[in-house]
Design a protein around this ligand. Structure first.
Ligand code: E4P
Length: 219
């Protein structure tokens, strides 16, 4: 499973890139707003200078024609820009057009296997299942992810990769990987939690203390 970073924070992207484990980035209007920026173009270009892999940029238009126009404009910002299009009838129409033009679509705000199936048929390169938001309303986000993977797995001709999105904690990542998700897009805080374990910290301190007790130069 690949790990994408779910943020528009440049410093977090730099830090995560330095770890050597990030394959892409996903953004959305909320994440831009969180950074206090309405300049989606400048932020996206900065991200694309740091990250070689796919960088998802969301459209704000709501009709198919406008989505296509906005997507073409945003896709020209950098070669690795993917366009996030919400799953709606207009979004599906736009996805068909964009996929035919070679613009890669990340169909976003998917909450059911049927939505993901339609997105894949329309030609989306990625479908994002929002696990955390499903859990928030008392549904089982991981179950929806598993069902989506089972459905799309029956049709190898459909090329959409499944992204586990709206990740809230490290166990979401574990379950997404167990289910066989192609990608999990994780907030920076969750990525840091994934690295840490108290027993690792205790182990390092104990190794260093034991070594100090016998080594003269502490090396
Ligand atoms: C996915 O691409 C979205 O940006 C993101 O995962 C949404 O997460 P949230 O539900 O925490 O806002």
């Amino acid at each position: 499973m690949q790990i994408f970073l779910d943020t528009a924070n440049i410093e977090q992207i730099r830090q995560a890139k330095a770890l050597g484990i990030i394959s892409g980035v996903t953004t959305n209007p909320t994440l831009l707003a969180r950074e206090g920026s309405a300049d989606y173009e400048t932020v996206t270009k900065k991200i694309c200078e740091i990250v070689d892999g796919p960088v998802s940029v969301e459209v704000l238009s709501e009709t198919a024609d406008e989505i296509v126009k906005e997507a073409r404009f945003k896709a020209a910002w950098a070669p690795n820009v993917n366009i996030k299009v919400p799953i709606t009838p207009e979004g599906l129409k736009a996805t068909k057009v964009l996929a035919a033009e070679g613009i890669r679509v990340n169909m976003t705000l998917c909450f059911s296997p049927n939505q993901a199936l339609l997105a894949a048929i329309a030609g989306a390169s990625y479908v994002s299942i929002f696990i955390g938001r499903l859990d928030d309303i008392g549904q089982d986000g991981i179950q929806v992810l598993e069902d989506t993977l089972a459905v799309l797995g029956n049709y190898p001709g459909l090329e959409a990769q499944v992204i586990a999105a709206s990740i809230r904690h490290p166990m979401h990542v574990t379950y997404a990987a167990m289910a066989g998700a192609d990608i999990a897009t994780v907030p920076y805080s969750v990525l840091m939690q994934m690295i840490q374990h108290p027993m690792t910290d205790i182990g390092i301190r104990r190794f260093l203390a034991d070594w100090k007790s016998v080594a003269k130069d502490n090396r």
